[in-house]
Design a protein around this ligand. Structure first.
Ligand SMILES: Nc1ncnc2c1ncn2[C@@H]1O[C@H](COP(=O)(O)OP(=O)(O)O)[C@@H](O)[C@H]1O
Ligand SMILES: [Mg+2]
Length: 272
């Protein structure tokens, strides 16, 4: 069982050159839970995740892991506790799947320590978890988008961190693999107590899989809470500018969003 860590942002301001993207944001990640971050395109979700994993320095404010500023922690020490799957990771040219996933073990290796049996086991388990064992000897360059995404998730799993941040982990995946990956993250959370923070585009999957939902708009947290509290048609209108109807998902009891576009909506169905 993993230790539960606190991760929080206070007064966090992030940006690029003359543009401020995240502005004085406060955020608490509940330890040992699954948090989904949602928000419109370009609202700063990836920027926020990168900063929480120390890849982008704040202009103001702090990101605190167990009360310590992540931007002052040595990279390797942080990487043993917190893993990030970026939105568009780039693999070294020609690298094999097994070698890429093996890089997830780097934070666990000292300067002189060799690759161990434990590292082998971690890589094999991570590949098995994403249904990618058969890809081990393939070159990452030649994989389909969905296969590649599963391999990157394997690399993050091989890192075996107590906190795992994933930026749109279901991109490129067909619907079955999306559900499989999200189920896998729930298993990880249940079995090891891993704290999961993920950016998800699909609001319905976010509502279904997250314990805690955070909606970002205008550089700040628009609202945060359980999916039941946060996921309302008012939130969807405010955050995405979309009119929708929210009903109860008959399979999970969680909120389910039905967008009201200009077409394909029967007037009699849109009441309420
Ligand atoms: N490396 C960068 N340099 C300059 N601007 C960037 C960079 N990365 C992201 N941005 C800008 O910051 C804003 C937020 O981007 P991002 O965090 O990727 O949004 P999201 O993940 O919510 O779609 C966008 O306007 C984007 O163009
Ligand atoms: Mg993004």
């Amino acid at each position: 069982m993993t230790a539960h860590h606190t991760l929080e942002a206070t007064g966090l301001t992030l940006g690029y050159r003359d543009r401020t993207v995240i502005d004085d944001l406060d955020l608490d990640i509940p330890p040992g839970a699954i948090t989904a971050i949602v928000g419109a395109n370009a609202c700063g979700k990836s920027t926020l995740l990168r900063s929480m994993s120390r890849l982008l320095s704040p202009r103001a404010g702090q990101v605190l892991l167990d009360g310590r500023e992540v931007h002052r922690m040595p990279a390797k020490k942080l990487a043993r506790q917190l893993g990030l799957l970026p939105q568009s990771p780039v693999a070294p040219e020609g690298i094999t799947v097994a070698d890429l996933v093996g890089r997830g073990r780097n934070p666990h290796q000292g300067m002189l320590s060799r690759w161990s049996v434990e590292d082998d086991a971690a890589v094999a388990a991570a590949l098995a978890a994403t249904d990618s064992l058969a890809l081990a000897d393939r070159s990452v360059d030649e994989l389909s988008g969905g296969q590649r995404q599963r391999v990157w998730i394997s690399m993050a799993l091989a890192q075996q961190t107590d906190l795992l941040l994933l930026d749109e982990p279901t991109t490129f995946l067909d619907v079955a693999h999306q559900v499989e990956i999200l189920d896998l993250l729930v298993d990880l959370n249940n079995d090891r107590g891993t704290t999961i923070v993920m950016v998800l585009h699909d609001l319905n999957l976010a509502a279904r899989y997250a314990d805690h939902l955070v909606a970002i708009a205008d550089g700040r947290v628009h609202c945060a809470g359980t999916p039941g509290e946060v996921f309302t048609s008012d939130m969807v209108r405010a955050v995405f500018g979309l009119d929708c109807r929210v009903i109860e998902d008959p399979t999970s009891g969680r909120p389910l969003m039905l967008p009201l576009g200009r077409h394909g909506v029967r007037v009699s169905d849109t009441a309420g």
